[in-house]
Each structure stands twice: as C-alpha cells, then as structure tokens.
Design a protein around this ligand. Structure first.
Ligand code: ASP
Length: 433
C-alpha cells in the first residue's frame, strides 16, 4: 500500500472522527432524550461496531502467526532472548515513567479535593449498577499463583476460543501468546526444512489476516464517525464539568507522556526524529483513538511498523504483538491517577510507601490489562480494594471513562511502536558488530 494511500486513509479516519464528534454534540444539545439514546443504541453504535468486529475476527490467528513467524525468523533463541529482554526493560521503563508522571500530577493538583460531597454522592448513585459489574469482576479475581499458572495454557484451543470472554478464559490472549512462543521456539530447533509446510501455512494466514483488516479499514471512516457520534451524544456534559480537574490531570499527563517522554526516548534511544515518527505512526494512533482497543489496532500497528516506520518485520511483529497486551503506559498512568484521585475524594491519605505500592500495582496492572475497551476498569477496582477506598467509588468516573479510554489507548499503541523502534535499532547494532 502506498504512502499516499495510507495518508489519505488516515485523513478520512480523522475526518470521520471529527464529523461524528461534532454531530454527536449537536444531536445531544438539540435532540437529547430517550429517542436519541435509542437511535444511538440500536442503529449508530451497531454500525460502528461492524468495523471492530471484523478486526476482532482475525486477532487470534494474527497473534499466533505473527509471534510464531517472528520467533522463527529471529532464528537464534539467544537473539530472541536479547530482543525479549530489551522489550521487557523498555516496557518497565516507559510504564514506570508514566505512573510516576501521573502520580506527581495528581499529588500536585489534588483534583479529588475539589469535588464537593454532594456531587460525589450523586455520581455514585447514578452509576451504581455499572460499578457493581466491575466490582464483581474484580472480586472474582484468582490468587496470584493461579493467575501466573494459567498463563501456561493446558488447552491453547480453549484459550483461543475464549480469548475475549474474561468469564471463561483462564489466561486469555497472553496464554495464546505463550503457546505461540513455545511453538515458534520448538520450530527453530527442528532439523532445517521439517517445519517448512507449517511455516508457509502461518505465513499465508498472516497475509490473509492483514488483507481482511484492509477490508475493515475501508469501513473505518464511517464506523469511527459512528463510534465518536455515539460517545459524544451520550456523554453527560455536566458530569465533565464536575470532573474537569481530574479530566485535565489525566489528559495533561497523557499529553506530556505522548509528546514529551516518547519524543525523548525516540531521539535518545531510538535515534529517530520524533516528528517523522508521529507522522508515520498517525494511522495507528487514530485507529487506537477510534476503537479504544490495542488489540483491534494491532494489525494496523504492524502495517505501520513495516510500511511507514520501515522496521524489520521479524522484530516489529514480535514486539508489537506482545506489547499490545503487555505494554500499556496510558493505562498505567490512568490507573495511578484514578486510584489516587478517588482516594482524595474519600479523604484517604496515602503515605509515600503506600503510593509506591500503588505505582507498582499500576505498572503490573498495565501488563495484566486486556487490550479491549474498558479493559482496565476491573483492575482499578482491585487496586482500590487494596488501599481501602470503597470500590463503588469507581462509579464517579465511569461516565467519562470512554473518552479517557480512547486517549489512553493512543498511548498504549504509540508506546508499543516506540519500543519496536528502539529494540529494532538495538538489533541492527548487534548485527553490525
Ligand atoms: N482500552 C485499553 C486498550 O485497549 C485498555 C484500557 O486501559 O482499558 O489498550
């Protein structure tokens, strides 16, 4: 696909996003009420979901083929180890920086101390039902040992089938990735040639999945317009007013990370011009914003990495696929800010040591969050329970969560592309030695 074609496509997605959002605000102001809510729920949102569903359709085969091929193409397990270690180190570095940034801002601006008690109680009352669902999800959490064990799937097919169903999956997509890793490493150890048919099959599956994503991307401008319309037409604007300070801290922190931290890391560790990077990665960033899902954006990120950023596929496929689930800087920042904000709202004072525990939990929660819309909410509830803030308090932020989800997903996806850029540079230097 040519550069001009892709940049035209990202322009159309952007136009869809803006047109949908503006129309949604106008619709709410002029026609807001049950009729609009019903039209959004029964017509507009379903149209937007067509695009998401086509993409989700190929996520599992794409993840399996991308990881196996990534590992096989890297060939030498030692090389895989080096790439893996660098990716893990970068994930910890970027997530750590994002949480520290978020916690600093929330301590300095203390948005939770600006919420009057009546507003707090009203918000909790109006989102109680949705909050109950998130609390149930967090309460059914397994002990840590079982969670870790479940990452090694006893039945990879079952995990693949239930990958998007948290009630039935044990390890979910990460377990599917671990299986793919085993498959790939085992293939590199066979007598050369033995694995050729499997390799060609996986290569074909990979290409076919990308082709299907291309079909979905044709629908992207219209579907993204419908998704942003639905969001804007159903957002409670008065709500945003009472949560403005919290909203600004989250979005401000994310903007600093997206355009400050990433730019420095790209320049210093990736030797890449940040300006060129943002230009080349914009299709992936827009898709992330439109879908609120790192997993749904993965195929677009892979294409962007290969065709625009010109990263070696053997590195980028592997790093991006694992990163879509495991590296979520926007989510980590958001979780840190939200937990501390809610603690402030309820007057729970946290010591520095407790804040460090929150930071650590948020970094880990970023790794454990599913790359789907709203994936982080059950983990926020989990962290709230640990620091003795009432878990129902999540209701306070639910009304504006979708927009923040769109923003944090942009960071999550950009972070994966930043890591892929840095790790590719390291691998190129190794090869040159
Ligand atoms: N929607 C986010 C993602 O897919 C996850 C979350 O923070 O809820 O990356």
């Amino acid at each position: 696909m040519s550069y001009a074609h892709n940049s035209r496509r990202s322009l159309w997605i952007l136009i869809g996003l803006v047109v949908g959002a503006v129309a949604g605000v106008i619709a709410q102001v002029w026609f807001g009420g049950p009729a609009l809510d019903a039209t959004v729920a029964n017509v507009i949102k379903p149209i937007g979901s067509v695009f998401l569903r086509i993409i989700f359709m190929v996520v599992v085969p794409l993840i399996i083929s991308a990881i196996v091929l990534g590992v096989v193409e890297m060939g030498d397990p030692r090389r895989l180890g080096r790439v893996g270690l660098r990716a893990v180190a970068m994930t910890l570095l970027l997530s750590g920086l994002s949480v520290v940034l978020g916690l600093t801002l929330v301590n300095v601006f203390a948005p939770g101390k600006r919420i009057p008690h009546e507003v707090r109680d009203k918000l909790i009352a109006s989102y109680t039902v949705q909050a109950g669902d998130k609390i149930k999800a967090a309460e059914s959490a397994k002990p840590l040992s079982q969670t870790l064990l479940d990452l090694i799937p006893t039945n990879p097919l079952e995990e693949s089938v239930n990958a998007f169903n948290p009630d039935k999956a044990n390890g979910g997509l990460i377990a599917v990735m671990i299986f793919s890793l085993f498959l790939g490493v085992a293939m590199t150890m066979l007598t050369p040639g033995t694995d050729a048919p499997l390799r060609s099959l996986l290569e074909a599956i990979f290409r076919v999945c990308l082709q299907i994503i291309d079909f979905a991307m044709i629908l992207a401008p219209v579907c993204v317009a419908c998704l942003s319309f639905s969001l804007m037409a159903t957002t409670g604007w008065e709500l945003l007013h009472s949560l403005l300070a919290y909203f600004l801290v989250v979005v401000g922190g994310m903007a600093l990370h997206q355009f400050g931290v990433y730019a420095v890391v790209l320049k210093v560790l990736g030797r890449k011009s940040p300006r060129a990077f943002y230009r080349e990665a914009r299709e992936a960033m827009l898709t992330a914003f439109g879908t609120s899902s790192s997993n749904a954006t993965l195929p677009v990120s892979m294409r962007v990495a290969e065709e625009e950023l010109k990263l070696p596929p053997k590195i980028s496929r592997f790093v991006l696929t694992v990163g879509a689930s495991a590296n979520q800087n926007g989510t980590a920042l958001y979780e840190g800010v939200t937990v501390l904000f809610l603690a402030q709202v309820f007057g729970v004072e946290l010591t520095l040591a407790q804040q460090l525990v929150v930071a650590l939990m948020c970094i880990l929660a970023g790794v454990g969050t599913a790359g789907v819309p709203g994936g982080s909410l059950p983990l926020v509830v989990g962290v709230l329970m640990t620091i003795h803030v009432p878990p129902q308090s999540i209701a306070i932020i639910l009304g504006i969560d979708r927009f923040l989800d769109m923003c944090r997903t942009v960071l999550n996806v950009t972070g994966d592309l930043v890591i892929a850029t840095v790790v590719s540079r390291g691998a190129a230097e190794d090869d040159a030695i």
